[in-house]
Design a protein around this ligand. Sequence first.
Ligand code: NDP
Length: 443
Amino acid sequence: MVYDFFIIGGGSGGVRAARYASSQGYKVALAEAYDLGGTCVNRGCIPKKLYSYASSFHDEINIMKSFGYTVSTPKFSWMKLVKAKKKELKRLNNIYEKLLSESNVKLFKGYASIFDKDKVSVGNKILSAKKIIIAVGTTPKKIQFECSKSIITSDDVFDLQVLPKNILILGGGYIAIELASIFNGLGVNTTISLRGNSILNGFDKEVTLFLENQMKLKGVKIINKNFPEKITRNKDYFNVIYKNNCKNKYDLVLEAVGRVPNLEKLNLHKIGIKQNDRGFIKVDKMFRTNVKNIFAVGDIIDKVQLTPVAIAEAVWLIDNHNKKNFKNFDYKNIPTAVFSNPNFASIGLSENDAKKKKISYKVFRSEFRPLKHSLSKSKEKVFIKIIINSINQKILGIHYVGENAAEIIQGFSVAVVNGLTKHQLDKTIGIHPTSAEELVTMK
Ligand code: NDP
């Protein structure tokens, strides 16, 4: 049997490529060594969001009190959460398997390596395919410290045996910020250490500073520009010595300093598949590697490491792989969210980008205390920032910090993707009283 497509990797991008190709009449096989669903289902988006819900109830309880409830302190069991999460992930793994088999995709459970330009090996089987798609994703990057083996990453965090009393999180990107909010919400004394000045570099600086302050109000400690130089471990704790020579002890240290390609055993060198200087697979506009029948999508290609992007790339690839005339995959205006507490979501241009690109722009801002918090002592505020092109009034970016930011930005991203103007937002009547109505009433 010669497959039309052999897909290596059963994460979001790989599974979608397989199912979609099969629905288009192709003979498809997929190999996955671990649980189906990849990082997103097993060690990323899904467990993270579940734990983020778990950590949000702390705030809810305080709000309940402000509305007249008498609430005795509820007991939380970390292990019960871990167990419930495992059960849910198993259910999702099974759904993925069922979806593949119902789509007539042949599943090989095992680690696949490139055997030749048109051959893949899985265990002791050699399988032939006209085209191969690599969708193997990434794995956490590790910095070398003395006790690196004891420092955990996002791969380990959802299955910890015990919730630590205090934790140090290294890095200030998506994962660090989300996990810090989770631990802090679950009552863990949480510190983030950054090598730079600010969290979430690459986003709008004013907005991330607002988020940083909101997180600090909720109890997260953020140490800027002072990264550990040395981390050692004895049987009770981690001993951390910072760049400025300050020392501190932590129960647990977690690294969230980016992710690296998951290509170790794939054998790319055997047929000379080219990688960029960071080790990610190089592809052209068609997601084709330098080997003409081998493609790659998802986190492994160093574009945008987001599940919905991997899925969209996979569909785009199958739709376009035989076409000469195609529109390039569009990486502009991808909405994204950080499930911090409070949530942060954004689409389009940041003010820093607008400046850098020398675009003539205008900014609208709104900062307010949401009604839900008005009876409580909570200092939580919502911050919304809209950036428009001051020549044609088109909305260039929307940035939102506050409860349900991701849900709200998902809806409003339709306006940005379709090039609507601020005037068109203003034409829309708000729903009162909501926080999102501010987006259509900002003057
Ligand atoms: P990010 O790229 O988001 O952040 C990495 C962080 O680590 C940055 O703060 C960076 O600092 C810091 N860092 C990198 N190298 C070093 C180093 N050598 N020493 C000290 N600090 C360092 O990576 P994440 O691992 O958080 O997430 C990976 C990707 O996964 C994200 O970019 C995102 O695409 C995706 N993701 C998406 C989520 C979502 O959609 N909600 C959730 C989680 C992940 P600096 O800023 O100074 O470079």
